[in-house]
Design a protein. Structure first.
Length: 209
């Protein structure tokens, strides 16, 4: 049987389908150099999928979490039952592919051995040329769950993945695009732990894939 060779014109474009999810996706592309699919290579950090950021520059404004040094690391200490936050502003990179979900990868730790702890983010979408820098029109609260604390978690950093956008890359129903600005508010939500939560100042990144 003759081999069939796929050519460029055989592959559909986004405008040719009703949903971009119908296109050839990263689960069907094999990366020989890593012996895995493209999707797995991105997940494992072998390949940057749409760009990712280094540690964020957090801004302390009114009601900021307490800045401290703990075990030679700068941390933000969030007290129990108090509204505290820090802020960061990120620009969606040129390489961002519309429709991909955006996350803030971070962590926190606590000496507590009981209760639960809940850090959350609130994101605000600012579209250059359209929105005021002070706009609060398009906002979204992350849906991550509280972390159960015990003797097995005491003083051990707990990884948290904050969904800054919806699964389809939107904030308040508005599609995120390259060049847009995303303001991130990192705060402690209602939880049951009575101990401080320590968030490393230089232990966060934003992923765009």
């Amino acid at each position: 049987m003759a081999l069939r060779r796929i050519q460029n014109e055989d592959v559909k474009q986004a405008s040719d389908v009703t949903s971009i999810s119908s296109l050839i996706n990263d689960n069907k592309i094999y990366v020989a150099g890593f012996s895995k699919t493209l999707a797995q290579a991105i997940t494992d950090g072998d390949i940057s999928g749409g760009g990712s950021g280094a540690s964020l520059q957090w801004v302390e404004d009114t009601g900021a979490a307490l800045a401290a040094v703990d075990f030679n690391n700068q941390v933000f200490q969030y007290e129990a039952g108090i509204t505290q936050q820090v802020y960061a502003l990120v620009r969606v990179p040129t390489s961002y592919v519309a429709g991909h979900q955006i996350f803030l990868k971070s962590s926190f730790y606590s000496v507590a051995v009981a209760g639960n702890a809940l850090m959350r983010t609130q994101t605000t979408l600012i579209i250059p040329g359209t929105d005021l820098i002070s706009s609060t029109t398009n906002q979204r609260t992350s849906t991550n769950s509280a972390v159960a604390l015990s003797g097995a978690t005491a003083s051990i950093p707990q990884s948290v993945s904050f969904d800054l956008s919806s699964a389809t890359g939107q904030i308040n129903g508005v599609a995120i695009a390259a060049g847009h600005l995303i303001k991130i508010r990192l705060y402690r939500d209602t939880d049951t732990s009575t101990s401080d939560l320590n968030v490393p100042v230089y232990g966060s990144e934003v992923t765009f894939s």
